[in-house]
Design a protein. Structure first.
Length: 249
C-alpha cells in the first residue's frame, strides 16, 4: 500500500508534468508551468533489461513517481549537461551518468555550474507554484555525484538498445548527446533544438559550438529528441546547424 507521503509526491508529480509517448518506447515529459527558458524535456527510455531517464527537469516536484518505473528493474539517469533545468531531479536516482568535463560539478551542484541563481532571480519563472508553501528564493539543486563518468564514444545499454555517447560541447563544456544508430533515435540535449541556440552562458564556448555543429551535419539518424521543444528530423537539424554556422561568430 502506498504511504500518504508517497501518494502526495505522486499526486504533485502527475499534476505538474505533461507527457507524451514517442516512438520505440520513449516518453517525453516536461513542466508546462515553468518559464520557457527553463522548460526542458525529460526522456524515459524503456529497455528490456533496464530503463534510461535522460535529464531530470527542474526538480521542483519529485520526478520518479510519474515515470511508472517497474519495481526491481534497473534505471539509469543520464545528464546531458549540468544546467539546472536538466539535473533538478538527478539525485532521485541511484545510478547517475554524466560527461567527464563536468563530472566534478555534480557532487555539489554549485550555482556557478548549474546556473540555478538565474532561475531564483527570474520574477516570472513559474506560472504558478508547484505546491502550497513552495518558495523560489531558497531553491537549489540537490548534489548528485556521478556513478559513472562518460566520454565520447562510450556506450549506454538497456539490454535491447545501445546508445553511443557523443560529446557535443559549446552550450556547456560537458554537453552530450545519445545516439541509437540501429533505431535512428538521437537524444541531443541542449546541443541543438528549434529556436535560438544559447551560447552566451558562463561556460559556453562559441568556437567549440561551431565544431559541434559541423559534427552534427555528419550524423545519420531518423528522429532527434531535443533538450527543449519538439522532435525534429535530420533535415531540420542540419538546417539549424547550417544557420548557426552561417551566422557571425
Amino acid at each position: 500500500m502506498m504511504s500518504l507521503a508517497a501518494f502526495g509526491s505522486a499526486h504533485r508529480a502527475s499534476n505538474w508534468f505533461s507527457c507524451e509517448g514517442l516512438a520505440q518506447g520513449i516518453t517525453r515529459l516536461w513542466e508546462p508551468q515553468v518559464h520557457s527558458f527553463f522548460r526542458s524535456n525529460v526522456f524515459h527510455v524503456r529497455g528490456r533489461d533496464g530503463d534510461l531517464v535522460i535529464d531530470g527537469g527542474m526538480g521542483l516536484v519529485p520526478l520518479r513517481p510519474v515515470l511508472g518505473l517497474l519495481p526491481g528493474k534497473p534505471v539509469v539517469a543520464v545528464a546531458t549537461h549540468v544546467h539546472v533545468d536538466h539535473v533538478g531531479a538527478l539525485s532521485e536516482f541511484q545510478t547517475r551518468l554524466g560527461h567527464r568535463a563536468e563530472a566534478a560539478f555534480f557532487a555539489d551542484m554549485a550555482d556557478e555550474h548549474t546556473l540555478a541563481g538565474y532561475f531564483r532571480e527570474m520574477a516570472d519563472g513559474l506560472d504558478h507554484l508547484p505546491y502550497k508553501g513552495w518558495s523560489q528564493q531558497p531553491f537549489h539543486v540537490q548534489p548528485a555525484p556521478l556513478s559513472r563518468i562518460l566520454a565520447d564514444g562510450d556506450v549506454v545499454e538497456t539490454g535491447d538498445r545501445s546508445f553511443r555517447v557523443l560529446h557535443l560541447p559549446g552550450h556547456s563544456p560537458g554537453s552530450i548527446g545519445l545516439l541509437d544508430e540501429l533505431n535512428g533515435d538521437f537524444l541531443t540535449g541542449d546541443a541543438i533544438y528549434r529556436g535560438r541556440l544559447v551560447d552566451d552562458l558562463p561556460g559556453s564556448d562559441v568556437p567549440a559550438y561551431r565544431k559541434t555543429m559541423q559534427r552534427l551535419l555528419q550524423i545519420e539518424f531518423s528522429r532527434a529528441y531535443c533538450g527543449h521543444g519538439e522532435t525534429i528530423d535530420q533535415d531540420e537539424l542540419r538546417s539549424i546547424a547550417r544557420t548557426y554556422l552561417d551566422s557571425p561568430s
